[in-house]
Design a protein around this ligand. Structure first.
Ligand code: KIV
Length: 284
């Protein structure tokens, strides 16, 4: 049985931290499931960590569906959340509902995530009323990076902090079951967490949120030249991968690999017949 949004509510009530990690393919999803990560976000960060873009803006709904379908198919336990990408929900509540329904049906995710506060609340309400659970996302919303002028901490000043509080309350009133707080000062995230009945999931929002979300590639340092402050490296896999690929290159070039241990032998009789046939072809 998969984790449900009711479990999220219970975890907040019980003070049990909610752990969420992004995953985009069978390997990352299986690792999350194997260690018991309760929630997987198939985020549009895949544009940056999988597709190699410098923002999430080029990601399309078809891309998310492709990756989310894999994650849903290879897991049985975690709640799988599919991200609605740039401009797939901002044009009208009807457009949002149509695209959220595609994500649910084609990728079989349990719920969708979208970015925005007060202004997107009517859209959240429309999707939720149709039966689709919505996770909201406020603070630094990466799809609006061009409006923010970079990936900057949000809500440091009085007015922007007040706006974030209004956003959080509007999202909750609209029926969102959870909200991601990204790059928000820890004190403000704590205020919002205490104010809301729904769980807050922080990324760069300090230790007082009800849960935390991180990007798979960041915590494993799959990119060793990029280290955002809000993350922590639990391994240096990228460096190890680079060293392994370099060694493979070197060994093939030097004819060290493959050896007989990596090769397969033919039946001696079959080989003898073949050799005779080849020899007689050459002499004839
Ligand atoms: O797309 C994503 O992975 C996200 C997380 C960073 C919260 O939105």
């Amino acid at each position: 049985m998969r984790i449900t949004i009711r479990d999220f509510q219970k975890m907040k009530k019980d003070g049990q931290p909610i752990v969420m990690l992004t995953a985009y393919d069978a390997m990352s999803a299986r690792i999350c499931e194997a260690v018991g990560v309760p929630a997987i976000l198939v985020g549009d960060t895949l544009g940056m960590v999988v597709q190699g873009y410098d923002s999430t803006i080029p990601v399309t709904l078809d891309h998310i569906i492709y990756h989310a379908e894999i994650v849903s198919r290879v897991t049985t336990k975690p709640l799988v959340i599919g991200d609605l990408p740039f401009m797939t929900y901002s044009i009208s509540p009807e457009q949002a509902l149509t695209n959220a329904a595609r994500l649910m049906q084609e990728a079989r995710v349990s719920c969708v995530k979208l970015e925005g506060g007060e202004f997107i609340a009517p859209t959240i309400e429309r999707i939720v009323k149709a039966g689709i659970p919505v996770m909201a996302h406020i603070g630094l919303t990466p799809q609006s990076v061009n409006r923010f002028g970079g990936f900057r901490v949000q809500g440091r000043e009085l007015e922007s902090a007040r706006q974030l509080i209004r956003d959080a309350l509007a999202i909750q009133a609209a029926g969102a079951f959870c909200v991601v707080l990204e790059l928000v000062p820890a004190e403000l995230a704590q205020l919002i967490t205490e104010m809301l009945d729904i769980p807050t999931i922080g990324i760069g929002a300090g230790p007082h949120c009800d849960g935390q979300v991180q990007v798979f590639h960041d915590i494993l340092a799959l990119f060793w030249d990029f280290f955002p402050r809000h993350t922590k490296r639990y391994a240096n896999i990228g460096e190890q991968m680079q060293a392994a690929v370099a060694q493979y290159l070197d060994e093939v070039q030097k004819k060290v690999f493959p050896t007989t241990a990596n090769s397969f032998k033919m039946n001696a009789e079959v080989l003898k017949i073949l050799q005779e046939e080849v020899n007689s072809r050459e002499s004839g």
